[in-house]
Ligand binder design. Structure first.
Ligand code: C2E
Ligand code: MG
Ligand code: MG
Length: 334
């Protein structure tokens, strides 16, 4: 790379010769484990090996093996994955506007494993591609069922989280296939499929991501930026992406009311989104006070434990059946 500045960092793993290490390859493996730990903790640093690291590495390896097995059996009868659904609420009317699909892994021995734990492994191993395909298909199928079941309800939308590894022509083809199968492309019916992408995923692969997002947009899909405010997105890139909605991260929303700065950050994000022609979903809404403030700040939608935790499909169905109107019940009556 002539004429280019190259910056390098060094991550070092250190292992001592102890009794548990009687073979040279064990010592190398331990140093390697410590080096990977140093990389995980931010690179350009050193870490000393300890036995907890070895246990953690083995544990991760076991989880990876189990995940591989579970993903392979995804179309089978004993499926270990489930989708749960969390309502997204219109802050003006207090009605359910749609749901975010959140994957759950019911591990045969460990019980429920959080997506925060297994999604990163699925991303590292590429298992996110088949898993993500199943999630998209399952979520889309479920929302079609509910739209037929709750025919008087305004058309419900479904949001599906996407990992950067899923950005490919295969994804575009799958989305096109799903929409075609539901005969939505020709009929001009509102599509209401939403895809959530984090800022860092967008920034990782700027040009390829922009091209793919544009293709998805032409299919009628809506695009959301997830966890907005936590990544390191350059604001100057924001208008390049055909984004419809910003989801304000829960770390700002949870501090509304107790911390003036967070309220100002939320206000700034709402203004920025509106100026760019986007609407806003506030994530992690837990209190009535937050709902009131968010309405005053102009956020269109809210999602969080105040309204409902993520629910399995029967729970979500039960919720739709009672036609909740949170705002009427809480704000106008309080
Ligand atoms: P996310 O997409 O930002 O999802 C919101 C997370 O916040 C969910 O955690 C949800 O249960 C939690 N949450 C919602 N309301 C509240 C609240 O009021 N208070 C608090 N403290 N938390 C709330 P969950 O389901 O554990 O998912 C964590 C993350 O895992 C998701 O963050 C998303 O990044 C990832 N994830 C979940 N499902 C999928 C999936 O199907 N595909 C992919 N690629 N990633 C997924
Ligand atoms: Mg999300
Ligand atoms: Mg989020």
């Amino acid at each position: 790379m002539q004429g280019q500045d190259v910056f390098t960092t060094v991550s070092i793993g250190i292992a001592f010769n102890d009794r548990a290490c009687d073979r040279p390859e064990d010592m190398l493996r331990n140093a390697d484990t410590a080096m990977y730990r140093a990389k995980t903790l931010g690179r350009g640093r050193h870490e000393l090996f300890d036995t907890a690291m070895h246990t953690r590495a083995l544990d991760l390896l076991q989880l990876e093996t189990d995940l591989r097995r579970a993903v392979t059996a995804i179309d089978g009868f004993h499926r270990e994955f489930q989708l749960w659904y969390q309502p997204i609420v219109d802050l003006e009317s207090g009605e359910v506007n749609g749901f975010e699909a959140l994957v759950r892994w019911r591990h045969p021995e460990r019980g429920m494993v959080s997506p925060a734990e297994f999604i990163p492994i699925a991303e590292d191993t590429g298992l996110i591609v088949p898993l993500g395909q199943w999630i998209l298909q399952e979520a889309w199928h479920q929302i079609q069922v509910w739209r037929q079941q709750f025919i008087d309800h305004p058309p419900l939308s479904i949001s599906v989280n996407l990992s950067p590894r899923q950005f490919s022509q295969e994804l575009v083809a799958q989305v096109r296939g799903l929409l075609n199968a539901s005969k939505l492309l020709d009929d001009g019916v509102e599509i209401n499929l939403k895809l959530e992408i984090t800022e860092s995923a967008l920034m990782e692969n700027l040009d390829a991501a922009t091209a793919l997002l544009r293709e998805l947009k032409t299919l009628g899909v809506q695009l959301l930026i997830d966890d907005f405010g936590t990544g390191y997105s350059s604001l100057s890139y924001l208008h390049r992406f055909p984004i419809d909605t910003m989801k304000i991260d829960q770390s700002f929303v949870s501090r509304i009311g107790s911390d003036n700065d967070s309220e100002e950050i939320v206000r700034a994000i709402v203004t920025l989104a509106h100026n760019l022609g986007m609407n806003v979903i506030a994530e992690g809404v837990e209190t009535l006070d937050q709902v009131i403030q968010l309405r005053l700040l102009g956020a269109e939608y809210g999602q969080g434990y105040f309204f409902s935790k993520p629910l399995h499909n029967q729970g979500a169905e039960g919720l739709l059946a009672i036609e909740p109107h949170w705002i009427k019940e809480t704000i106008w009556l309080s």
